[in-house]
Design a protein around this ligand. Sequence first.
Ligand code: AYL
Length: 521
Amino acid sequence: MRSPYPDVEIPDVSLTEFLFADGFGDRADAPAFLDGTTGKSLSYTQFVGYVEKIAAALAERGISDGDVVALFAPNLPEWAALFHGILRANGIVTSANSMYTAGELAHQLKDSGAKLLITVSPFLDRALPGAKEAGIEADHVLTIDAADGHESLADLLGTSATPPTANRTAQDTAVLPYSSGTTGLAKGVILTHRNLVANLCQVAVMGEVTSETKIMAFLPFFHIYGMTVMMNQGLHARATVVTMPKFDLEQFLTITSEHQVDRLYIAPPVAVALAKHPIVDKFDLSCVKAIFSGAAPLDGELGRAVAKRLDCIVLQGYGMTELSPVSHCMPDDRSDLDLNSSGFALPNIECKLVDPETGQEVGVGERGELWVKGPNVMVGYLNNSDATDATKDAEGYLHTGDIAVVDDEGVYSIVDRVKELIKYKGYQVPPAELEALLLTHDKIADTAVIGVKDAEGEEVPKAFVVKQAAGADLTEDEVMSFVAGKVAPHKKVRVVEFIDEIPKSASGKILRKDLRARENA
Ligand code: AYL
């Protein structure tokens, strides 16, 4: 089924040219980014000034065509300037989760072949060992703020060099965010300039983001939601993007009200706070016109409670890193749609719903795996053609691993997930990674990790564990703290159950379905 929206034209240019070639008109001196915690802002003119200087300085340090630079930092206006500076230097950005441990970071640095790492001084305790493990010398680790022994952003901005000639085409790789996709470990998702430009053109049709809009960006820029929907959509619309390096409810409400933010992008756990937390009543939030939720299923009733309490529209969208990321959303003028749904397919997108058992396409009202085809679909996974082939078929459809239904108007609702992936507060938790880690524990013989619902209905990682014969004294707490010591906080195992045997197929694959059924019994 094709999107009900007419196709939009996607200019055949790099993201840099798409966003910056036409100048900023009367928005030249308006703030592109505003750090909500310090009040420091970067106007559009200052922003591109930074981008040009950063590109020149990176070229001086040897970065050129297709070189990968890693960003490992919280949401700051500087993050965005560095992102676009790397692209302007004809490089590729790999954006790392700012909560990563040194080991998790090292995996991404090695796998992406990053040549430089740019971070902030408070992260050096993780960045330096991560870089070392990946073979990146300490003098190739730069910081945004000043840190002894490291070049800083001020050093980059101090260059007198001119930026290199821009030579990226729409088909070149722009970013390598990491996603586990439907199975296995985190993989580099190859997104081209065209993928990113396409998604901006597609999203622009759905939402009323203008130069008057103030966008709240506490969701991380390292994740494709923050990168495309907040950072780049904001730049495209010449809006103002208000950043917060770390989420704190009271500070978030203060900044929203003080800076008259009118568009909030959230993941479902923040909707819970907005609907229920008493502190919300202490703030004048009449500036908020629209709240947009994505990254995990939003409960419709909860969404309606938020809309009522804040007297604004609430919309839901669906996407995936591999889709740059948005494939479905509710347009601003259809807040009447059922909030349990994720709205319409965006322009230029074709979808199929396919029965995972039979491979047959299903009809209106029937459940099927969502397949998506369009200009925002990734090229593939970096260095992993098997995973690419398992996810993207010969016709170009991306098999999402999510189960959806569509109504006769073309409104999609995501109703289940058939892939391994667990989402904790909107963040990816790849079970395969936790299973591999648990198996390194000498008292654990076998294990399987699935997502289960906690008392509040939020998805949390649960480990089923088979003890070694000699490990009878192993406790649930021991298992949880073993994992917690080695992974970013969102990947912690939060429930443990000891069992005698992990259900497996004849070929040795974990039967997650059986474990889920056992959970729901
Ligand atoms: P990743 N409802 C249910 N599940 C969802 C939804 C939703 N609205 N959105 C995302 N997911 C799940 O790569 C789904 O399982 O990208 C999907 O395959 O971290 C997985 O999350 C993808 O996780 C936007 C902008 C969504 C961004 C995004 C999130 C992209 C998250 C909508 O408008």
